[in-house]
Design a protein around this ligand. Structure first.
Ligand code: AMP
Length: 261
């Protein structure tokens, strides 16, 4: 079982531990992923974690998992976070930082980590840099997936999802066998509200305003590795590996303290 599938310590926080040890990867990467909605960051995260054995630490996944908890099981901070998320807003920095602080052991995971969705603001990046310095954990690189806005709009506005089994298609890039119908369960496909072109432009504006300054933050610190996000997922993945090689990313495995030890 990979670190990707375990992640109990990250998803639950607190005293939860990843009891099952994943196999040790031959190179340990500690990475942050950046990229606007629609650049294919999620697909790259999956490929990187699957193939490099890196642990996928997504803050969005913590919130989505919390949605499934009974009301009494959620802390007041999580409850508040979910109401921001429901409205499509960013969760306040302090709430996100409290959650990450609670999960510092995951940053020492022997599988390394791929942070996805955090940091999302410069304030979060500054606080994260402090945690990493205190814990003496080096960050290898910040992967910044880049795609022109017209292409993002085309990708997202062509996306169709199955409301039943959650399969994802694209009207031109990955069309279903029968137009508008899910290949797997035969349900009528839908377009997500926020994938409509007008909504995509708004999401891009929010991204530009709050998250893009992060690229500058990491560029100034010599950690930013920008990757052109055009082409197939495999092409982008290969480009990422090349970029990581030239960024000197990844350390030979070493007996670090871990949440799984
Ligand atoms: P994601 O899956 O990363 O797109 O996150 C889904 C939602 O969770 C976002 O729209 C935010 O409401 C919230 N969220 C996740 N990570 C963060 C973060 N680092 N800062 C603020 N809000 C976040």
């Amino acid at each position: 079982m990979s670190a990707q599938q375990i992640r109990v310590a990250w998803i639950q926080g607190g005293a939860a531990k990843c009891e099952i040890l994943p196999p040790l990867p031959s190179r340990v990467f500690r990475l942050v992923l950046l990229g606007a909605p629609g650049v294919g960051k999620g697909t790259q995260a999956e490929l990187l974690c699957e193939r490099l054995g890196t642990c996928h630490l997504s803050t969005g996944d913590i919130f989505r998992a919390a949605k499934g908890l009974a009301e009494g099981e959620r802390s007041p901070a999580l409850e508040a976070a979910l109401s921001y998320m429901k409205r499509g807003n960013l969760v306040p920095d302090q709430t996100v930082l409290d959650l990450v602080h609670e999960r510092t052991s995951c940053l020492r995971c022997r599988s390394g980590f791929l942070l996805d969705g955090f940091p999302r603001t410069v304030a979060q990046a500054e606080a994260f840099a402090k945690i990493m310095a205190q814990e003496q954990i080096p960050l290898d690189a910040v992967l910044n997936y880049d795609l022109p806005i017209e292409k993002v709009v085309a990708r997202l506005s062509g996306r169709r999802t199955c409301p039943k089994c959650k399969a994802v298609f694209h009207v031109t890039g990955r069309p279903p066998r029968v137009e508008g119908i899910c290949d797997h369960c035969g349900t009528k496909l839908q377009q997500r509200e926020d994938d409509r072109p007008e909504a995509v432009r708004v999401r891009m504006e929010v991204y530009e305003k709050s998250t893009k300054p992060l690229a500058d933050f990491y560029r100034q610190r010599g950690l930013l590795v920008t990757i052109e996000a055009e082409g197939t997922p495999e092409e982008i993945y290969q480009r990422t590996l090349t970029a990581l090689g030239s960024a000197g990313g990844g350390r030979q495995r070493h007996p670090s303290r871990t949440n799984a030890d």
